[in-house]
Design a protein around this ligand. Structure first.
Ligand code: SF4
Ligand code: SF4
Length: 214
């Protein structure tokens, strides 16, 4: 399917990190393919996910999960347990106020619809340039990253230099590299998918012009 990006989201050549994974139980005997050895992520020279992250959570093929959770799980487990602890200690008047608060509304939404409790921050997903969907739908709006700062750019450059120098990078150690793509980034996987997409579009246009819908 793909492998991990700088921000440790799974990246696919077709849709970058903008996918949901699911599983199907079957009794069919299926042939497994091998792991993807090419690194799908453009790498440290891109660092757009790092620039966009409001929680400064993106590391060097690593992520600070608590820092990410403050934005991606605004009403996730961490927030809800903190709220419950606060509620248990509050006096009657405070409890009454808490029951009318935005936090309680968020907690309720999180339980009912998962809104706010999971995947609430879209930034690293939206700005990642990998995937045909990025070029078709997102590039115009997401080209500029308002959260980018000189400090974040400097951090991306340090990551790039560290990799070039062969430094000991935990996110790329012997265990993790197989999830990132041991062959490194060449752009070939993305190029192949882009070509297939273009060919598919051409076929659709030709069929529409012929009016046969095939
Ligand atoms: S989901 Fe948001 S907070 Fe988490 S790593 Fe991505 S950009 Fe940062
Ligand atoms: S934004 Fe760039 S550095 Fe981040 S995961 Fe996507 S390709 Fe990799």
């Amino acid at each position: 399917l793909g492998n991990f990006g700088l921000e440790v989201n799974i990246l696919t050549p077709g849709y970058g990190p903008r996918i949901y994974l699911t599983g199907i139980l079957t009794e069919l005997e299926l042939e497994a393919d091998g792991p993807m050895a090419e690194q799908v992520c453009v790498g440290e020279g891109c660092s757009r996910c790092l620039y966009s992250c409001p929680g400064d959570a993106v590391g060097h093929f690593d992520i600070n999960k608590p820092a990410c959770a403050q934005f991606a799980q605004e009403f996730g487990y961490m927030t809800v347990t903190a709220m419950m602890q606060k509620f248990a200690k509050a006096d009657k008047a405070e409890k009454r106020e808490m029951l009318k608060s935005r936090d309680l509304f968020g907690f309720w939404q999180g339980i009912l619809r998962v809104v706010g409790s999971f995947g609430d921050c879209p930034r690293c997903l939206a700005v990642c340039p990998v995937g045909v969907d990025y070029h078709a739908f997102l590039a115009d709006d997401q080209k500029h990253i308002p959260e980018q700062t000189p400090e974040k750019v400097a951090l991306g450059k340090r990551f790039k230099q560290a990799r070039k120098d062969g430094d000991d990078i935990p996110g790329l150690n012997d265990w993790n590299i197989r999830w990132v793509g041991p062959n490194g980034y060449t752009g070939q996987a993305a190029k192949k998918v882009r070509q297939e997409f273009k060919d598919g579009q051409k076929r659709l246009i030709t069929a529409a012009e012929r009016g046969d819908g095939s």
